[in-house]
Ligand binder design. Structure first.
Ligand SMILES: NC(=O)c1ccc[n+]([C@@H]2O[C@H](COP(=O)([O-])OP(=O)(O)OC[C@H]3O[C@@H](n4cnc5c(N)ncnc54)[C@H](O)[C@@H]3O)[C@@H](O)[C@H]2O)c1
Length: 440
């Protein structure tokens, strides 16, 4: 494992250079690249060859979900920046997947460029489950190489990343490639049916939306001796905004996605909000993220969505999506409608994590592509806009936010490169200060 002084040279272009080229229109040399129907994949038979990028908790879960979803799929390649993560996932997946586990030694890739090696190793489908920062680069590389993708949420951490994902999603559409998003509630039967009823008018016109994601604290990692700053932050990624987006982006996106869904995936006009950190004190293990955000999103039709998220132990917890309309109210996670059209879902929710992959494999096998690209980008941008207003203390419009020039990437991806957030001489990280931190 690379530590201080043993820098690993990555062949990956810097994200800045990459974003410049990716947002320029990608002229389609699509011809001939896209036979996606039955039997058209790399193995030359009905087997779909799946590669996993990001061998952490969710990556392992998603690989198993994919194998549950399609018994003719095989996991053939794995990639992670860290060797121990590849080995750990291998140990747990091999016995679980039986014959569907086919990751030979030469298809286990490690390092910042591991994802590209995996893409080039002859897979048909790629699962992207790394930390959010890398999603725009990796998604683009998959679509450039004509791969179908299961893409975990959130899909970016900044405006340039979102613009890249939107451009890539459009490219996937032109190429008839599928992108299925890990915004899993969109694949939960009870949530889908409740949302559909609300969209069909069961509570009348929407007047207001309340989203909560109030939980305890999350994990941190202590610094290891001699670890480079980049290495440390990559291990402790959740606590650094440039890697996770902050917790309102990383977690609360599930709630914001439901608000966006009910608003027809049309963005709000503007947002304002407040946030900060208290339970996450100045201990460097907490990096530079906040521990609470409260944001109001204002839509063109007058609807306001109030969104609250908190990660502080010992407080009131609640995760819910509640909509009020002219004819009643809906509680989405309880699959319940009250008012003129009283209703409660009494079916089975199903395993939404499996169902996402069922949808993906059906789309590939039946040549009926699914492209969740736009909504996964819009919902991620809602969250990023929320962070921008809580960090700056300003009201920002959607247009300002999505055109933001703030690029949260390091100059290069190597173990001895400087991350964009560096500790001061006391080892502490600078934390955004509303009213002082500027929008960029
Ligand atoms: N949809 C859901 O319900 C759900 C649930 C959990 C996590 N997630 C998402 O899945 C993603 C991963 O979360 P997790 O809990 O598995 O975290 P994790 O830390 O357990 O796993 C992330 C893995 O990605 C690896 N990684 C980081 N950068 C990489 C790069 N550039 N190339 C290759 N590998 C890289 C890390 O080393 C790590 O092994 C996050 O975006 C998270 O939001 C979604």
């Amino acid at each position: 494992m690379p530590k201080q002084g043993k820098s690993q040279t990555s062949r990956q272009p810097s994200r800045r250079a990459f974003l410049k080229t990716s947002t320029a229109a990608v002229a389609a040399t699509v011809a001939g690249s896209l036979a996606i129907g039955r039997g058209a994949h790399a193995a030359g038979d009905d087997t779909l060859r799946v590669g996993l990028v990001g061998c952490g908790g969710r990556g392992r879960g998603a690989a198993a979900n994919a194998m549950n979803a399609d018994k003719n799929a095989k996991l053939v390649a794995m990639a992670d920046v860290f060797e121990d993560r590849v080995q750990g996932s291998l140990k747990s997946l091999k016995p679980k997947l039986g014959d569907q586990f086919a990751v030979t030694e030469d298809r286990r890739f490690v390092g910042f460029d591991a994802y590209q090696k995996l893409i080039d190793s002859g897979v048909d489908v790629v699962i992207l489950a790394t930390t959010p920062h890398f999603r725009p680069i990796q998604l683009k590389a998959c679509i450039d190489a004509n791969k179908h993708v299961f893409c975990e949420k959130p899909v970016a951490v900044d405006g340039p990343g979102i613009r890249s994902v939107l451009a890539t999603a459009e490219e996937a559409r032109k190429k008839n490639l599928s992108i299925v998003s890990g915004l899993c509630w969109r694949y939960h039967n009870g949530v889908r049916e409740t949302m559909q009823r609300v969209l069909d008018g069961a509570i009348g016109e929407i007047l207001g939306i309340q989203e909560t994601y109030l939980t305890g604290g999350l994990w941190t990692r202590q610094r290891e001796p001699e670890e480079t700053e980049m290495h440390y932050q990559m291990r402790n990624w959740y606590n650094f905004t440039w890697l996770s987006g902050d917790h309102n982006v990383e977690q609360h996106i599930h709630s914001l996605d439901k608000a966006s869904w009910i608003m027809g995936d049309e963005p709000p006009v503007r947002a304002w909000g407040l946030g900060g950190r208290q339970a996450r004190d100045r201990n460097p293990v907490y990096g530079n993220i906040f521990d609470h955000h409260a944001v109001v999103y204002e839509y063109a039709n007058g609807v306001k969505a109030s969104a609250y998220c908190r990660q502080q132990a010992g407080c009131y917890n609640d995760t819910s999506d509640q909509f009020v309309g002219t004819k009643g109210r809906a509680n989405i996670l309880k699959h319940r409608i009250e008012g003129e059209n009283e209703w409660r879902f009494d079916g089975k929710g199903g395993n939404m994590y499996d169902l996402e992959h069922v949808a993906l494999f059906n789309a590939i096998r039946n040549a009926t592509p699914i492209n969740n690209g736009r909504y996964m980008a819009i919902s991620t941008m809602l969250a990023i806009l929320g962070r921008m207003v809580t960090y700056t203390g300003q009201t920002l419009t959607w247009d300002q936010a999505i055109n933001s020039q703030e690029d949260l990437s390091p100059a290069s991806y190597t173990w001895d490169a400087d991350p964009p957030t560096l500790p001061d001489e006391d080892g502490r990280y600078q934390i955004a200060m509303p009213g002082v931190t500027k929008f960029k």
